[in-house]
Write a protein that binds this ligand. Structure first.
Ligand code: SUG
Length: 447
C-alpha cells in the first residue's frame, strides 16, 4: 500500500463571474438570474477557503478558469469580424448566447472531471476524464480547455492517463465528480468507487425525473468505469432518487457526500436506498463503512437544497475524526444549524463543522464541495505533477494580488458585451498561465 494524500483542487473563479439563470433544475441559478455579481469578491472568497484549508493541514491545489467570453465558440456559431465586432453582433442578435459563452461556471471543479486514484486502476495510473457537461450548453464548452489544463498539470504518461470526454449528447451526459465519490480506510488503499446517475439513457421504461433534467446517465458511469479500468467488484453504480432531482437536487453532491469510510446523506438521496446500503457494505473492503443518514424530520429536503448542507466538504482532521466545511447558509437556516449541533454531539466520525462564506458561488448553486475536485496522489505522483499548481502561502499571495489587479467588482449582463472585458480577461489569464506554469491552454493562446 502506498502513502497517498487527497488534494482538493479548487476552481479559481474566472473574471466574468455573473448571474445568468442558465441552469434549469438548479434553484439558486434561476432565482438569482440577472442579478449583479462581484467577480473580485467571488474569487477572493474562493482563495480564502483554499488558504483556510491549507492552514488546517489539508493538501490544496488550484485549477485555472476558462477563457470567457468564449469568442472561439461564437465564431463556430457563425459570428464573424474582429473580436469586438463578434461581441457587439452577438449582444444585439442573440444576448442569450453571449451570457452562455461568458459564464464562469468552470469554478465548480467538482464538475471538471472524474478522477480515479492509481490504487483503484488496473494499470496503477491515475485516470482523468474531463466531464462533457452535455446537459447545459454553457457548461458543454468547458471540457476541451479542462482537458488541456489537466494534461498540463499531470504531464507524465507513466503515471497519469488522460481520456477524452465522453461523446456529447444526452446519452452519455457526464457531470464528473459531483456524482462520484470513493470510500476507503486510507487514501492509498484500493477504494470502493461510487457513481450516481439520474437516468438510464437506453431504457425509457426505468424511473426518471419528470420536471427537471437528469444530467448524468447510467451509461456514462459505466463508460468511466471501463475507461478508468476499475475493478467491478470495487465499483457501485446507483440511481439518484428521481423525485429529488425534481425538487432541485441536480447533482448527487447536493444530497450526499462521502470521505474515507463515511457516507453522509439524506434519507431520500437514492432509489432503493436500503438495498444500496447493503450493496455498499458488502463491496466495501475496508474495516467498516459508516453511513450517517439524515431523516426528513431532522432536515427537510427543501432545507437541504437551500442550505447546501450536503455540499459541505467532508475532510479528515489532523487530530483524527472528520470535519464538515459548510457554507454560511447552513448557519442561517435554524433547522440545519440545530441538526449540525446535534451531529457533532452524537457518536459518529463527524466531530466538527467549520463555516465558510462562498456567497457569490452559492447564488449560482455552487457550495464548498462544488468548488473542489478531489485528487488522490502518492508521493511519486505528487512529485511528477506540475509543482506550480499546489497551494502555498506564496501562491496564495500571488493569486490574491492577481485577482485584485485584474478583476472587476461588478458584473451584469450588459458588461459582458464590453470588448475591454475580453481584453482584461485574456491579459489576466495570460499572466495566470505563467504563474501556474501551464503553457498555452486557452484558445487565444493557441492561434
Ligand atoms: O452546473 N451553476 C452550476 C452549479 C454547479 C454546482 N456543482 C455541483 N453541484 N457540483 C450548474 O448548474 C449557473 C450559471 C448561471 O446561471 O449563471 C451554473 O452553471
Amino acid at each position: 500500500m502506498s502513502q497517498a494524500k487527497e488534494y482538493n483542487f479548487d476552481g479559481l473563479v474566472g473574471p466574468t463571474h455573473n448571474y445568468a439563470g442558465l441552469s434549469v433544475g438548479n434553484v439558486a441559478s434561476l432565482k438569482n438570474a440577472l442579478g449583479t455579481a462581484n467577480p473580485k469578491q467571488a474569487a477572493i472568497e474562493g482563495l480564502t477557503k483554499m488558504k483556510a484549508l491549507m492552514d488546517m493541514g489539508l493538501p490544496q491545489g488550484v485549477l485555472a478558469p476558462m477563457e470567457r467570453p468564449d469568442v472561439a465558440t461564437l465564431r463556430q456559431l457563425g459570428f464573424s469580424g474582429d473580436d469586438a465586432t463578434v461581441l457587439s453582433k452577438v449582444a444585439k442578435s442573440a444576448p442569450q448566447l453571449l451570457v452562455a459563452v461568458s459564464s464562469a461556471s468552470s469554478m465548480w471543479t467538482a464538475n471538471a472531471c472524474t478522477v480515479s486514484p492509481s490504487a483503484d486502476t488496473a494499470d496503477s495510473k491515475v485516470h482523468f476524464t474531463p466531464a462533457n457537461l452535455a446537459n447545459k450548453f454553457h457548461r458543454s464548452i468547458e471540457y476541451q480547455t479542462t482537458g488541456r489544463i489537466l494534461r498540463s498539470m499531470f504531464n507524465d504518461d507513466d503515471k497519469f492517463s488522460h481520456h477524452d470526454a465522453l461523446p456529447l449528447g444526452e446519452h452519455f451526459g457526464d457531470e464528473g465528480a459531483a456524482n462520484h465519490t470513493r470510500f476507503c480506510d486510507s487514501y492509498g488503499e484500493k477504494g470502493l468507487e461510487f457513481f450516481v446517475f439520474g437516468k438510464y439513457a437506453f431504457r425509457n421504461s426505468m424511473p426518471q425525473p419528470r420536471i427537471y433534467p437528469a444530467r448524468q446517465t447510467f451509461e456514462a458511469c459505466e463508460a468511466i468505469e471501463r475507461l478508468h479500468r476499475l475493478d467491478s467488484k470495487a465499483t457501485v453504480i446507483a440511481q439518484q432518487n428521481p423525485d429529488v432531482i425534481d425538487q432541485g437536487v441536480f447533482h448527487n453532491d447536493v444530497i450526499a457526500v462521502g470521505n474515507g469510510n463515511v457516507l453522509f446523506c439524506h434519507q431520500q438521496a437514492f432509489l432503493d436506498q436500503k438495498n444500496l446500503y447493503k450493496q455498499l457494505q458488502a463491496q466495501y473492503s475496508g474495516d467498516h463503512l459508516e453511513i450517517i443518514e439524515v431523516s426528513n424530520e431532522q432536515v427537510s429536503l427543501d432545507n437541504c437544497v437551500h442550505s447546501y448542507l450536503f455540499n459541505s466538504q467532508l475532510v479528515n482532521r489532523t487530530e483524527g475524526g472528520m470535519m464538515l466545511i459548510s457554507p454560511g447558509e447552513c448557519h442561517n437556516n435554524p433547522q440545519v444549524k440545530d441538526y449540525l449541533q446535534s451531529l457533532i454531539e452524537a457518536d459518529n466520525s463527524i466531530k466538527e463543522v467549520k463555516i465558510y462564506e462562498v456567497q457569490q458561488s452559492m447564488r449560482n448553486g455552487g457550495g464548498p464541495a462544488c468548488l473542489r475536485q478531489r485528487i488522490v496522489l502518492t508521493e511519486a505522483e505528487r512529485s511528477a505533477a506540475n509543482e506550480a499548481v499546489f497551494m502555498t502561502n506564496t501562491l496564495y499571495e500571488t493569486l490574491t494580488n492577481w485577482v485584485n489587479n485584474h478583476y472587476r467588482d461588478s458584473m451584469s449582463a450588459e458588461d459582458l458585451a464590453d470588448p475591454l472585458l475580453l481584453i482584461e480577461s485574456r491579459t489576466a489569464l495570460d499572466e495566470l498561465t505563467n504563474i501556474l506554469k501551464l503553457g498555452s491552454v486557452y484558445p487565444f493562446q493557441l492561434i
